[in-house]
Design a protein around this ligand. Structure first.
Ligand SMILES: Nc1ncnc2c1ncn2[C@@H]1O[C@H](COP(=O)(O)OP(=O)(O)OP(=O)(O)O)[C@@H](O)[C@H]1O
Ligand SMILES: [Mg+2]
Length: 241
């Protein structure tokens, strides 16, 4: 695989908070149309890495490249316009606004070329068209999570960063969201970095998995390889894995 196929390259990234090395020299790549799962115990640095890639906080060292370009010093909004999107979970939802208005507004905000058309395309893709005129607050939890995802998908992003999108969902709702994520990679060629504690779902849809412990990568590879690594089983998955 040549470097050009790597849509996202994270190289030697470190984020230190004073003496706390939240992330300390992490590297991984994301190929076009791939899902890479990130797992690890609480406090391992997964969210910090997502925040660092999305530009929410600066790096102590390291580089982030998107589609061949160094974006390490770009602002959050600049990264978003270049095609790097993340979901914000429920905090982004205005309960009294309709689903279509909210997605349309998000499309305007990211500077999508035809915002209304873009919003419709995203609603169709995520099976939200039937809820277009419903208020966000009236949606079920699983549908709200799809709305979160829809807000990240306007403006045709090329990479999605998702931090625990399945938290709080029932097994059925998780499976449904997982199948939408897989469909996005196939239909639109979107690449996804997925942090998720539901390891069964994560392993079932990821092309590759990276395991964090104490701010470092302890294993990385195809799901079936990573799953059987003794260090991974010890640190995170438990003997039942
Ligand atoms: N703003 C901050 N200031 C100081 N330390 C922080 C800050 N944010 C995170 N940390 C620390 O950085 C480390 C990594 O935290 P992070 O939230 O990235 O872990 P995580 O892998 O996402 O955990 P979880 O699975 O619980 O979500 C932890 O030790 C945490 O206490
Ligand atoms: Mg986290």
């Amino acid at each position: 695989m040549t470097n050009e196929n790597m849509i996202l390259r994270v190289t030697d990234v470190a984020v230190h908070y004073g003496g706390v090395k939240a992330v300390d020299g992490v590297s991984f790549d994301l190929r076009q149309g791939e899902i890479r799962g990130l797992i690890g115990p609480n406090g391992a640095g997964k969210s910090t890495v997502i925040d660092a890639i999305s530009g929410r906080h600066g790096l102590t060292r390291g580089t982030v490249r998107l589609a061949g370009q160094d974006i390490t010093r770009c602002s959050v909004i600049d990264r978003r316009r270049r095609g790097l999107a993340r979901s914000f979970q429920r905090t982004s939802i205005f309960p009294n606004m309709t689903v279509s208005a909210q997605i349309g507004l998000a499309a305007h905000k990211v500077g999508a070329e035809a915002p209304e058309q873009d919003a419709r395309r995203v609603m169709d893709q995520l099976d939200l068209s039937g809820e277009a005129d419903a208020t966000a607050g009236s949606l079920g939890y699983g549908q709200q999570r799809r709305l979160d995802l829809a807000l990240a998908l306007v403006g045709r992003p090329i990479v999605l960063l998702l931090d625990e999108p399945m938290a709080g969902l029932s097994p059925q709702e998780s499976a449904d969201l997982a199948s939408h994520l897989l469909k996005l990679t196939g239909d639109w060629g979107v690449s996804i970095l997925l942090v998720e504690h539901d390891t069964d779902t994560l392993f079932s849809i990821s092309n590759s998995v990276t395991v964090f412990e104490l701010g470092r990568v302890i294993a990385s590879g195809r799901p079936e390889e990573v799953r059987i690594e003794p260090r991974v089983r010890e640190a995170y998955l438990g003997s039942a894995a």
